[in-house]
Design a protein around this ligand. Structure first.
Ligand code: PR8
Length: 469
């Protein structure tokens, strides 16, 4: 799988009924029923975190050209990626309308109307919408798409710079919680100047290391300072009666969260889904013979109800096919726990459980704390998925002290840490020489008297370099 992760990923999406990318527009795929469920539970998790201190809103999909063009830096960053609506039927529109590539220019003109006084602040809204980006790099389902189908974007406005900085930290904590729940290890870096979000003061980014060693940016948080406040005239009357510009932040996640959960946890047999987003957490497979069929099925139904009342998602696979085929299917689909129940098991008050992570069989007593025991297995699986992913992640960040070593280590499937003075010229030289990307600042190097990998200047930071998706 590591050898050909890209092919594995492509195949698993189709085989596990997640997406079908044969839709006749490049970069746009159909969410299939199983994938749709995974998407739903992932969205629920993210909503749950955001709902704690943000309110959900929904803005229109179209952005007038005049608004999109107002913020110079921002529009420059997106101009090659915008899809335009130019006609209504046969009539050419007076003004072109953009399909939002992201929603700053759709949301902030309204913030300018809504925010009047310091009592309106902080304002913390989020929306989950489709965004469109005419990506010119190689597109891949979930990873680089032209229609991002569940773009979760938060937009906040604050009275002071300090509050905006605190909000950035809160976004970071929220994202950590989401990734930790899914057992997705990440690096958190401050993106270099030349790779920050168009219009932002600075960008903090989460990257996951995929099995082939390439990194995937799975979430970003941008401190927008007052750039957009100036452009869209978002001001408030402070306690002292003065009119001031707000400070803003925004943060975004896409279906890449699902891509990383699939990629990082999967194995050669298929998906190994974190229980939180698995459509079913338990799949019961009845082993049916003519004799005792009714009793076995009735017991399966009874167990299903018991598990469901403990809050678990359960299905019974009673299709009229060989049990072996059912095992194969659910291994492919990554249900955390399979329970096998046949007439002999029923006689002996037993069921055979199989954990998807380890694929080992465990005999459980039907009458002795079955629900509790299965919940423990799910918890252990969850922890084990996270632990093995963490180990892989740790093993794949290596330090290099010269440029040749950087290249060798990245080619061998690693992310590489180097000492860096922080100068843009040096950073871009690293990219030029290696052909790989500087993800950004990983750690500060205070008073450690190290030298930059390019210049002979003192290094201020440990920077990460990677081959990226
Ligand atoms: C913002 N504005 O837009 P960002 N396919 C899949 N996922 C993608 C793609 C793509 N083509 N492009 C980006 N992402 C800010 C924050 C509102 C919200 C994912 O930020 O452009 C990446 O994981 O950095 C990225 O980190 C996230 O969307 C946010 O996009």
């Amino acid at each position: 799988m590591v050898e050909n992760f890209s092919e594995w990923f492509h195949d698993i999406l189709e085989e596990a009924n997640i997406t079908d990318s044969r839709y006749p527009i490049k970069g746009m795929a159909v969410w299939m029923p199983y994938g749709f469920q995974i998407r739903k539970y992932t969205t629920n998790l993210i909503k749950e975190v955001y709902d704690r201190d943000h309110e959900e809103v929904l803005f229109p999909l179209l952005v007038p050209e005049t608004e999109l063009a107002k913020e110079g830096l921002h529009v420059k960053g997106f101009e090659d990626e915008v899809y335009w609506v130019t006609h209504g039927g046969k009539t050419q529109l007076n003004e072109k309308l953009a399909l939002r590539p992201t929603s700053e220019t759709s949301i902030y003109p309204m913030y300018s109307l809504w925010i009047r006084s310091h009592i309106d602040l902080p304002l913390k809204y989020y929306q989950i919408v489709n965004t469109f980006r005419y990506e010119t790099k190689h597109t891949r389902p979930l990873i680089r798409v032209r229609e991002i189908t569940t773009f979760k974007e938060a937009h906040t406005a604050h009275a002071s710079k300090e509050e905006a900085d605190i909000q950035v930290q809160e976004h970071i904590e929220n994202y950590k919680e989401i990734f930790d729940t899914l057992g997705i290890p990440y690096t958190l870096t401050k993106r270099p100047e030349w790779d920050k979000f168009p219009g932002a003061d600075y960008t903090m980014a989460f990257d996951a290391i995929m099995p082939d060693g390439k990194t995937l940016q799975i979430g970003t948080i941008h401190n927008l300072g007052q750039t957009f406040a100036k452009t869209f005239d978002i001001t408030f009357e402070d306690k002292d009666g003065e009119h001031k510009l707000v400070y803003q932040t925004c943060a975004g996640l896409s279906d890449r969260v699902i891509a990383s959960a699939i990629g990082i946890h999967g194995d050669e047999k298929g998906l190994r889904l974190p229980p939180e987003i698995s459509p079913k957490q338990i799949t019961i497979i009845p082993i049916l013979f003519k004799k005792g069929k009714e009793e076995v099925l009735a017991k399966c139904e009874e167990l299903k109800k018991e598990f469901e009342s403990a809050g678990l998602r359960v299905n019974i696979d009673d299709r009229d096919i060989r049990p072996g085929k059912k095992f194969y299917d659910w291994e492919l689909k990554g249900t955390p726990i399979k329970l096998e129940l046949g007439p002999r098991d029923l006689e002996n008050n037993k069921t055979i459980a199989m954990r998807r992570d380890k694929l080992e069989k465990i005999e459980l007593d039907l009458n002795e704390n079955l629900v509790g025991n299965v919940i423990s297995l799910i918890d252990e699986l969850n922890e084990n998925l996270a632990e093995s992913a963490k180990e892989f992640h740790k093993d794949h960040i290596k330090f290099a002290s010269d440029i040749d070593e950087v290249k060798e280590l990245i080619e061998a499937g690693n992310v590489v840490a180097v000492n860096w003075c922080g100068d843009t010229a040096c950073g871009q030289k690293i990219e030029e020489i290696t052909g790989y990307s500087v993800l950004g600042i990983y750690e500060e190097l205070e008073g450690k008297s190290k030298k930059c990998i390019i210049s002979d200047e003192d290094a201020k930071y440990v920077a990460l370099i990677a081959k990226t998706y």
